[in-house]
Design a protein around this ligand. Sequence first.
Ligand SMILES: C[S@@+](CC[C@H](N)C(=O)[O-])C[C@H]1O[C@@H](n2cnc3c(N)ncnc32)[C@H](O)[C@@H]1O
Length: 185
Amino acid sequence: MDHFDFIAPLYDRLTATPDRARYQKMLNLPCAGRLLDAGGGTARVSTLLRDMIGQVVVNDLSHHMLKRAGKKKVQPVRSLVEQLPFADQTFERILIVDALHHFKNQQRSIHELLRVLKSGGRLAIEEYDLNHRAVKLLALAEKVMGMRSRFLRPAEIQAMMGSNCISTKIEHLNRNTAWIIADKN
Ligand SMILES: C[S@@+](CC[C@H](N)C(=O)[O-])C[C@H]1O[C@@H](n2cnc3c(N)ncnc32)[C@H](O)[C@@H]1O
């Protein structure tokens, strides 16, 4: 059983209630089509967006996290984000919240997500910003807990988008958290 399988029953109670307006802005919703919540866990965030997009698909590796997502009227799909079982250009919107630092191969994950993103679509990533001391401490704490997290700086994540995107930008949500937003050509 992996770490997230273990904490799945308590996950939604231990984490903050998401601010729906924040994700609406980040993803430029409403929009017709499909949203992929990559590393979406229990669908804590994306279930709040269901009325702003045609369909919500939640991808995750953890069976127990996804079991909870499946009860929230989203479509759960179990797979590595590095190897998604979707055709090219399937999704209008893709969201990653608090998950990129857990992905084993982050460059490959972003490459794969840009593959399944439609032209004209948006990939929005919310991540802790390693430039701040509190996040360095969080990275250390996760290491001590035996998690194989790899935190990055927002500019490093932006650089992983390559030339597939018409525009990328970084915004700061608060001191420790950044959004990296990429619009695909
Ligand atoms: C901190 S949780 C965040 C869940 C959700 N995005 C949220 O904000 O509530 C990170 C999630 O990433 C998933 N994950 C980690 N590595 C993954 C991978 N390589 N492919 C797919 N999911 C992965 C974990 O199983 C976990 O559910």
